[in-house]
Each structure stands twice: as structure tokens, then as C-alpha cells.
Design a protein around this ligand. Structure first.
Ligand SMILES: Nc1ncnc2c1ncn2[C@@H]1O[C@H](COP(=O)(O)OP(=O)(O)OP(=O)(O)O)[C@@H](O)[C@H]1O
Length: 689
């Protein structure tokens, strides 16, 4: 049979994966399928084709569940599916792909299902969701209540407590095992931690909030009931999961419960790109997938890389070849090039920034847009000096990863208003909101929240609370705002505008640079307009906040040209013609925080690999000889001498072109300056005599 036009561009293996089990017999569903593939081998492309092919062959798009790692990836996948479908279905394809309504992240899909099945599992469907920071704040409140913060030897911080809790539930392990393996230095606190987590769980339930982990945990609990699992599983004919290497144990349990025999199930991943073990993701999921089923899942391997040139791929293969455990084979490509990736040694971070700016501009001169170039780094703070240099030279850039738009205090303030209106039992939101009023501190806020908590309509009860002293007219306007927001049927996104009008005078009082912050709030409103309701807005935004301010809003930027700055984690799944990588030195990659266990080290190696495989035509790894250490104020001058990352030992140097920047010239003034001798001390003394 001739190949359908929409599959023509695929190679044979890709086509095999796309067509597997589709259209075999009327009504028969494909068995489980694992697509295991290296970087740039067209995984995402293949998955999009498979979804499109299903639709073209009559599958009901409303019954396809597609889970990706981020909302951005889900949106991109839907766009691709639409483009492919359009080739076959013509104009009606838009309608079909719009119906692909179950595309999102694991957590986002979990939240939707929990609201649908809330009644069956004894959950109040109006729950709000805590992000990591809110969760840490709530843990902190309980830590205080239990008196652990006052203990003589230091109790772990709220962040550590949350990390321990999260790892325990996501890895489906016992607390003592988690402590022994990952947090041996806090093992002595096991009993208190147990008590703390019990208190934390009870508080969340009393306040009707779920944290990120709960979305998976509740989902897993829900599908542990066979008839509920059946009911949910039967909503979907096909379940497809991208980036399967970064799922955790809990996620794989959920998946298996939905599709115990694997019919209609497709997962895609690359074990060499597994970089999220700090979220308890486990590469075992992908390795053990085939054998979970009888007969075992079909495996299709993709090893042809379409992205990078041969020399770039050779260097990346070299790096990953040294990994302890490997499952996917080395990649190959037919993209010839004479240009090897560069290993550029520079004096320090300032030179590193200068060197990159010079090359980025040279690339642009030769016709490569800024957008086709990216600078990647292990940790968000590494790009500081470069950001300064880019700003100084008026080169536009957008940064992904690191501090999120939603983490800024004023955006959090605004969201607290909306969250509290949505769920007045949410204590973390209530605390934040009430303390925005003049004269209201933690104690007063706590008392008010206690008073209203018992009432079935807490916001109504708020109207009866006497105004706190010194809050003036601000108290009444808050009460009125909340009651207006609580009214059923109030219009979205007008509600967020109401909240902003209320918040603006407080913004000016609380924050110094109110003007810039106000611009963010307007942007937030624009983002909000893209959602059908307050609840959807709050849920989606909390689960997967925009990575950069321009990610969703600020659309005009999309027409302009700008350089991409990104953490390696946020660069996942993307590609650029030219890629620069900052601080490819020991202490940065591997991060000095991650050199503890061999597991951690191996993950750092994979991170370097993920970064290198983002490059299509050019790759430059930067090796500054000294760099400033973190954890000090901006003018601090603690620095360390660095050496090239251990992941590129001498044996791999053959794959690189090593060079120094700037190229040393024989008569640089620095050298002649070295020969001058003056006696400053003597001059100082003569000033006084
Ligand atoms: N059959 C093909 N012919 C030509 N180009 C292809 C083919 N398949 C994929 N590509 C191109 O290869 C590049 C990588 O594809 P894609 O992003 O789907 O890979 P991936 O495996 O998901 O990558 P990674 O895991 O590294 O993020 C894209 O530019 C894509 O257009």
C-alpha cells in the first residue's frame, strides 16, 4: 500500500511507531507500545503523527488522553497534530483537533479528574492547589505549632521537610527508607517528621487544599478502586505519554491502573535524557515498561538523529558513552559538517559574557536570528553577568527557568486574593491577603482566620468580624471585594480586574517599584483572559507557571527577535541552530550540590548531554578559569579556580576544537603593565610628611 501523504516524511521506524496497531481490525485496539529513542530522533514528531494518524483513522479525539511534561509541550503537540491532520482532513481538521481536550500535564489532568470524581472520593470539588512555596509555608506553620522550630539542635528547614515529604510519597517509599537513602543527616528526627507530616495532611484536608503531590496521590488512591479505575480508564480509548523517562513511580502506577492490559497505551522516552530524579522520577519506569504486560509491549527504537551535525553528535555520544548504565544505542546522522564543537577557555565570567555576546552578534551578522541561538546554564543564577552585558548592549533576550513570573511578591499577592475568594479555608492565601492590610500582622490574621473557619460560609462570616484597629476603610473594602468575588456567576476575567483595582493602592504602599510591578499585573490579566474561569486559571497557572514573562503574555515580543537564555532543565525538548553553554566546569556541572552519590553524578552527566544535544549547527562549551561562588551579596568577591567538567576527560578532547578567548596577541597592554613597578606604600607615607 502506498504511504499516506501525511506520513511521507517519516522514516521507516518512525512510521512503524506511528502506525502500530492502528486500523488492523475494526474495533480492535493497539497493544502497548514503547517508543524508545535518542535525542533529536523525532520522538515528539512521531508522537504527534501517531495522535494525528489515530484521528485520521477515526479515533474520537475526545477519547484520547495525551500527557506531556509541560503545558507548553502540550500546546505545541496539539498544534503539530492539527497541521498533520489538515493534510488529510482539510478544513474540518481544526474542529477535530479542538476536540483533543484531554491534552496536558499529569498534574493538570489529575486535577481535572479529581474535580469530576470529587463526590465519589469524598473530596470537596472546590479545592485549591498549593504550589511548592505555599506548601512549604503551610509546613512551616505546623512546624511552629508543634514546637519543632524551637528545638535545641536544628530541626530541618521547611524546604527540606517538604522535599522529604514529597520524595516519600512520590517514590512510594517509607519515611525511614527515604531518610536513610537521601537525608541521613536528619534521620534522628524521624518521629517528629512523621508527626509533622500527619499534621500537614490534616491541615490540608481541613483547609480543602491539595498540593502538587496530592494530585497524583489522590489520583492513585482513586484508581486503586477497581471500578473507579475502570470508569476512568474507559473514558479514553488511547493514552499517550511523552517524556516517560521523567515520570515517577506514582505516575506509572496510575497509568497501569487506567490501562491494566496496556491496550491503547503508548509511551515515549529516552533513558539518556532522564533529568528529574529530584522529583523522584525513575528511569526504571521506562526500562520496566515492556514487561508489565502479557504479551510484552512492542518496542520501537529510533536512533537516527535529525537535529545535530555529525561532529556535535559525536561529542555528545562521547559524553553519554561514559555513563555507567545505558540502554539506548548511540545515535547517527547524515548531517555532515567540518565544524567541531568548541571548548572555549576564558579568564572569568565577565570574559565569558563578552565572548558570547561577540559570537552571538557575529552569527547575527551572518544571517542567524537571535532566536535561533540560545545560551544554556545549569543554574539560573549563572546567567547574571551575561544578562548585565546583554542589557548594557541593548540585545533583547528572554530567560526561561529559574525565578518564575509567579514567584514575584506582587503577583503572589494578587493570586492570594483570587485564591482566598475561591477557597476561604485556604490559610496560606488568607494569611498573605489579610496581612496586606495596614495594621494587620500574623497574630491578628491568624485570629480572624480562626474565627471564620468554623462557619459554613466563611466569607459571609468575615463581614461580621469587627474591623481590626488601624485598618481603617481598607477592611470594609476587602470584605466587599471578597463577597463580590464569591457571588456565583460573576464574570471572568472581570473578577481579576476587580481584584487589581482593590490591590493597586496597597501595591503602592507595600512595594517601592510599584510602576514596574503594575505592568506585571496587567500582563497577568492578559494571561487570565485566556482561561474560561477563575478555577481553571488558578489551577493551570499554579501547576505549570509560565517559564518566562513572555511565555504567554507580552505577545508582541513574539514578533521581535531575541536571544534565548535558559536553564538546561527548561531547554528540554527544544532546539536551536547555535547553542552556548555557560560554566562547563566542575562545581557548576556537575553542580557542587550534586556530587554526593553516583546517581546524582550520573544525572548531571545526562544534563550535560541534554544541553549539548539541543544544538543543530554550532555548539560552544564555555570554560571560565575562575568563577564567583554563589551565596554572597552582589558585590562579594569570593571566587574559585575552576577546571573543565569531569564529564569531558582528556580522552574526549579529540571531539572538540579547544581555544582560548580572547586570542592572545603578543603586545597586549596587560603584559607590559606587568613589568611596571611603583611603590604605592611609599607614596602614601609621603602624603603626610
Ligand atoms: N523523518 C524526519 N525527517 C526529517 N526531519 C525530521 C524527521 N523526524 C524528525 N525530524 C526533525 O528532527 C528534529 C528533532 O525532532 P523532535 O523534536 O521530534 O525530536 P525529539 O526526539 O523529541 O528530541 P529530544 O528528545 O532531543 O527533545 C526536529 O527538527 C524535527 O523536525
Amino acid at each position: 500500500m502506498a504511504t499516506a501523504t501525511h506520513l511521507e516524511k517519516l522514516n521507516e521506524r518512525q512510521r512503524c511507531a506511528v502506525e502500530y496497531g492502528i486500523g488492523a481490525e475494526e474495533g480492535a485496539q493497539a497493544g502497548p507500545l514503547l517508543i524508545i529513542a535518542g535525542a533529536g530522533s523525532g520522538k515528539t514528531n512521531t508522537l504527534a503523527h501517531r495522535v494525528a494518524h489515530l484521528i485520521v483513522n477515526g479515533a474520537d479525539p475526545r477519547r484520547i488522553l495525551l500527557m506531556t511534561f509541560s503545558r507548553r509541550a502540550a500546546a505545541e503537540m496539539s498544534r503539530r497534530v492539527e497541521r498533520i491532520c489538515a493534510q488529510v482532513l482539510g478544513r474540518s481538521s481544526g474542529m477535530m483537533t479542538d476536540a483533543l481536550s484531554w491534552a496536558g500535564t499529569f498534574h493538570g489532568i489529575g486535577a481535572r479528574l479529581l474535580r469530576i470524581y470529587a463526590e465519589q472520593i469524598g473530596l470537596n470539588a472546590e479545592f485549591t492547589i498549593h504550589d511548592r512555596e505555599d506548601s512549604a509555608d503551610l509546613i512551616n506553620l505546623i512546624r511552629h505549632e508543634l514546637g519543632f522550630s524551637k528545638t535545641e539542635s536544628r530541626f530541618p528547614t521547611k524546604g527540606t521537610c517538604l522535599a522529604i515529604y514529597s520524595r516519600t510519597v512520590n517514590a512510594e517509599m517509607r519515611l525511614n527508607e527515604v531518610l536513610r537513602s537521601w537525608y541521613p543527616w536528619v534521620a534522628g528526627w524521624e518521629q517528629q517528621l512523621q508527626e509533622l507530616f500527619a499534621g500537614y495532611v490534616e491541615a490540608k484536608q481541613a483547609q480543602n487544599v491539595l498540593d502538587y503531590d496530592d494530585l497524583l496521590l489522590y489520583w492513585a488512591q482513586m484508581v486503586s478502586d477497581a471500578s473507579l479505575a475502570d470508569d476512568i480508564g474507559n473514558r479514553f480509548d488511547y493514552v499517550l505519554v511523552d517524556e516517560y523517562q521523567d515520570t515517577n513511580k506514582l505516575q506509572s502506577s496510575v497509568l497501569l491502573a487506567l490501562k491494566p492490559d496496556g491496550r491503547g497505551l503508548t509511551v515515549v522516552g529516552d533513558d539518556a535524557q532522564s533529568i528529574y530524579s529530584f522529583r523522584a522520577a525513575t528511569v526504571r519506569n521506562i526500562l520496566d515498561f515492556p514487561k508489565q504486560f502479557a504479551p510484552a509491549a512492542e518496542i520501537v527504537t529510533l536512533d537516527r538523529n535529525y537535529r545535530s551535525t555529525q561532529p556535535i553528535l559525536a561529542a555528545a555520544n562521547g559524553v553519554i558513552d561514559l555513563a555507567r548504565e545505558r540502554f539506548t544505542k548511540n545515535l547517527w546522522t547524515d548531517r555532515e559538517s567540518a565544524e567541531r564543537p568548541k571548548l572555549l577557555t576564558v579568564k572569568d565570567e565577565a570574559d565569558q559574557a563578552n565572548c558570547i555576546v561577540e559570537q552571538v552578534l557575529a552569527n547575527r551578522e551572518s544571517g542567524m536570528l537571535l532566536k535561533q541561538q540560545a545560551v544554556l546554564f545549569r543554574t539560573s543564577s549563572h546567567s547574571g553577568p551575561l544578562e548585565v552585558e546583554l542589557t548594557r548592549r541593548n540585545i533583547p533576550f528572554v530567560k526561561f527557568g529559574g525565578l518564575k513570573f509567579l514567584d514575584s511578591a506582587h503577583v503572589k499577592d494578587m493570586l492570594a486574593v483570587l485564591r482566598f475568594a475561591q477557597n476561604p479555608r485556604d490559610r496560606v492565601a488568607g494569611f498573605r491577603l489579610l496581612q496586606m492590610l495596614p495594621g494587620v500582622g500574623p497574630q491578628t490574621a491568624g485570629k480572624i482566620l480562626d474565627t471564620i473557619a468554623a462557619d459554613p460560609e466563611p466569607l459571609m462570616a468575615l463581614g461580621e468580624v469587627p474591623a481590626p484597629p488601624r485598618s481603617g476603610t481598607d477592611w470594609m473594602s476587602l470584605v466587599e471585594l471578597l463577597q463580590a468575588l464569591r457571588k456565583p456567576g460573576s464574570a471572568w476575567p472581570t473578577e481579576i480586574e476587580m481584584a487589581r483595582m482593590w490591590y493597586e493602592p496597597h501595591l503602592e504602599r507595600i512595594h517601592e517599584d510599584a510602576e514596574t510591578r503594575r505592568a506585571d499585573l496587567v500582563q497577568l490579566e492578559q494571561i487570565a483572559a485566556g482561561y474560561p474561569s477563575r478555577e481553571r486559571f488558578l489551577t493551570e497557572l499554579t501547576l505549570d507557571p509560565p517559564d518566562a514573562t513572555s511565555d504567554q503574555a507580552g505577545v508582541p515580543l513574539l514578533d521581535e527577535d531575541y536571544l534565548i537564555l535558559s536553564t538546561i532543565h527548561s531547554a528540554k525538548g527544544q532546539e536551536w541552530r547555535s547553542v552556548f553553554m555557560l560554566n562547563v566546569v566542575d562545581g557548576c556541572i556537575p553542580s557542587d550540590l550534586a556530587t554526593g552519590t553516583s546517581h546524582e553524578l550520573e544525572e548531571e552527566r545526562r544534563l550535560l548531554y541534554v544541553g549539548m544535544t539541543r544544538a543543530k549547527d554550532q555548539l560552544a562549551l564555555m570554560v571560565p578559569q575562575r568563577f564567583f561562588t554563589g551565596g554572597q551579596h552582589a558585590q562579594g568577591d569570593r571566587h574559585v579556580y575552576a577546571s573543565r567538567t569531569r564529564f569531558i576527560p582528556a580522552t574526549l578532547l579529540q571531539f572538540f576544537e579547544s581555544a582560548n578567548w580572547p586570542v592572545a596577541s603578543p603586545n597586549v597592554s596587560e603584559r607590559s603593565a606587568k613589568q611596571i613597578r611603583i611603590d604605592v606604600a611609599a607614596r602614601m607615607r609621603t602624603m603626610w610628611r
